[in-house]
Design a protein around this ligand. Structure first.
Ligand code: NDP
Length: 505
């Protein structure tokens, strides 16, 4: 497809113009020439049913899914009540017992490879739908989410016939039926993280996407149909939190995999206590991004921007707490503010956009509430000067300085484009502050010295750590947290291990 005239990322090849608003009627004024992604190739239905037992089953109730950038209704989807949850779990059980768990690994692998290739073929369309339904910039869904989705299916397809090598000397058996509940920040990617290892290991699945972003999971169900998976191996049921709750409580599932808030994660853990069901919980985070005075500053500033403003900060591993060594604070803040001013906020379907729409009005309210608390508690707020479009949910890139460790914006997950900045003098002080949080999902360190990287990363209490980079993902690399960030790992061999029972040695 031809690229628009302003193709490129903020601060790179795109030229500044004074062109007026683009065809979507977003902000007028000084902006990049519009480069809207073509949507002609996307054909969505007006109404979607539930995907159960290989068939599209009509739900008695429906709800609308709304584009958070335009407030337009995109489609309506089914709301699965207890009966439909029961039917989906039954279909998954049947498929587990009759076909999938009995099928040789190499055959399961073929289905997964086929699905991975179909995703690649349709990736443009899926990226557009992900952006329309969730609000993230098309540049991210096209260049990050979709390639990673395909890569996850390819990666785990490769393990399907090699389980005996994955766990040498042990016999790996699937667990049974997995109930998988995913959030709205990376809808299709989270579906891939959950489905690919479960299916490769021989489990069958009931997947519940988030209420505000159900569409790409439903399109994925269409691909699963096209790839001719045996009926019931994957079931997709849409609905709200209650649907997820019914799934977790269902006696017919053997494993729960959940990604979402710590509060719901704790509820799930309580529900499952004593049931013998296995579970993995991937919950919130409050990552420290630590910049030492010997760091490559310009790279570090890019890393800070990527760490917190990627996907509007709707990222569990976002670098939402910035720690800068004292002598460098003024320089980093000056460069950071300048870079923040260059970020393009607006139409998520425009290929120049860096900051898309906030996923829902509820999330916008939550972000605003935490930002208000930052001001009330005495931190100093600075926001970039981009204009906010008249319609939709938007939040400007925001930083807080003069933060205290006890401030809510330092302790709580904002899940929005809001960064809390603090300084430190010694590595010990950086570590103490960085570890002073209930979370332990991720962290970053920026320094010229390899020895300092090892010292800091070995003492940071976080499951995922980046050095001189941030937010890098790979299907072969495990991901997960400590403390209130959850338990269990997804990705890599660890992620496969979460879907098998091992015996013998
Ligand atoms: P939730 O934890 O409520 O949602 C995550 C998923 O769980 C959704 O599919 C949701 O359904 C479902 N769900 C909700 N309640 C239950 C339940 N009782 N039992 C089973 N499943 C349930 O997150 P929110 O969407 O409410 O976001 C709130 C906050 O959580 C955010 O501000 C952010 O801080 C954090 N969050 C963290 C994420 C992460 O990756 N760590 C991801 C998303 C949110 P439904 O969408 O229909 O409510």
């Amino acid at each position: 497809m031809p690229e628009g005239p302003g193709e490129g990322t903020a601060g790179s090849s795109a030229k500044r113009t004074t062109k007026k608003a683009n065809s979507h009627d977003f902000v007028e004024g000084d902006c990049y020439a519009p480069a809207p992604e073509n949507t002609d190739h996307v054909s969505l239905k007006r109404s979607y049913d539930l995907f159960i037992g290989g068939k599209w089953v009509r739900a008695p109730k429906k709800f609308e899914t709304i584009n958070p950038a335009t407030e337009e209704v995109i489609a309506e989807v089914g709301e699965a009540g207890p009966k439909m949850v029961n039917r989906a779990v039954g279909a998954a059980r049947d498929a587990y017992e009759k076909t999938w768990s009995k099928m040789p690994g190499r055959e399961r692998g073929k289905y997964l490879y086929r699905l991975a290739r179909l995703i690649q073929e349709r990736s443009r369309e899926f990226a557009v739908v992900e952006t329309m339904d969730g609000g993230k910039p098309i540049r991210e869904s096209r260049d990050i989410d979709l390639p990673l989705v395909a890569a996850h299916f390819f990666y785990y397809a490769g393990w399907a016939d090699k389980l005996e090598y994955a766990f040498p000397g042990r016999k790996a058996r699937p667990l049974g039926v997995a109930g998988q509940i995913i959030p709205w920040n990376f809808p299709l990617l989270m579906a891939a993280w959950k489905l690919a290892p479960a299916l490769a290991a021989g489990n069958t699945v009931v997947l519940k996407p988030a209420e505000t972003t159900p569409l790409t999971a439903l399109l994925l169900a269409e691909l699963i149909e096209e790839a001719d998976f045996p009926p019931g191996v994957v079931n997709v049921i849409t609905g709200a939190g209650r649907t997820g709750q019914n799934l977790v409580q269902h006696e017919g599932i053997d494993k729960v995999a959940f990604t979402g808030s710590t509060a719901v994660g704790k509820l799930i853990q309580k529900t499952l206590a004593g049931t013998g069901k296995r579970f993995t919980l991937e919950l919130g985070g409050k990552a420290a991004n630590i910049i030492f005075d010997d760091a490559p500053i310009n790279q570090a500033v890019e890393g800070i921007v990527n760490g917190i403003f990627f996907n509007q900060g709707h990222v569990c591993c976002a670098g939402s707490r910035l720690f800068v060594q004292e002598g460098l604070v003024d320089t980093v803040l000056r460069k950071l503010k300048r870079r923040m001013e260059s970020l393009v906020l607006g139409d998520p379907l425009d290929k120049n956009t860096d900051i898309g729409a906030i996923n829902s009005p509820e999330q916008l309210t939550r972000i605003q509430g935490l930002v208000d608390s930052g001001r009330e508690q005495g931190a100093k707020c600075w926001q970039s000067s981009q204009k906010i479009p008249g319609k939709g949910n938007w939040f400007k890139p925001t930083i807080f300085t003069d933060c205290a460790q006890s401030h809510r914006i330092v302790q709580e997950e904002v899940f929005g484009p809001v960064l809390a900045v603090q300084s430190f003098r010694t590595p010990e002080e950086a570590l103490e502050k960085a570890n002073n949080t209930p979370y332990g999902l991720s962290g970053g360190v920026w320094t010229d010295k390899g020895s300092k990287i090892f010292k800091i990363t070995s003492q940071l209490r976080a499951g995922v750590l980046w050095a001189n980079t941030f937010n890098k993902f790979d299907p072969s690399s495990p991901f997960g947290g400590y403390k209130e960030s959850g338990m269990g790992r997804e990705g890599g061999l660890h992620g496969l291990g979460a879907y098998v029972q091992l015996s013998g040695r």
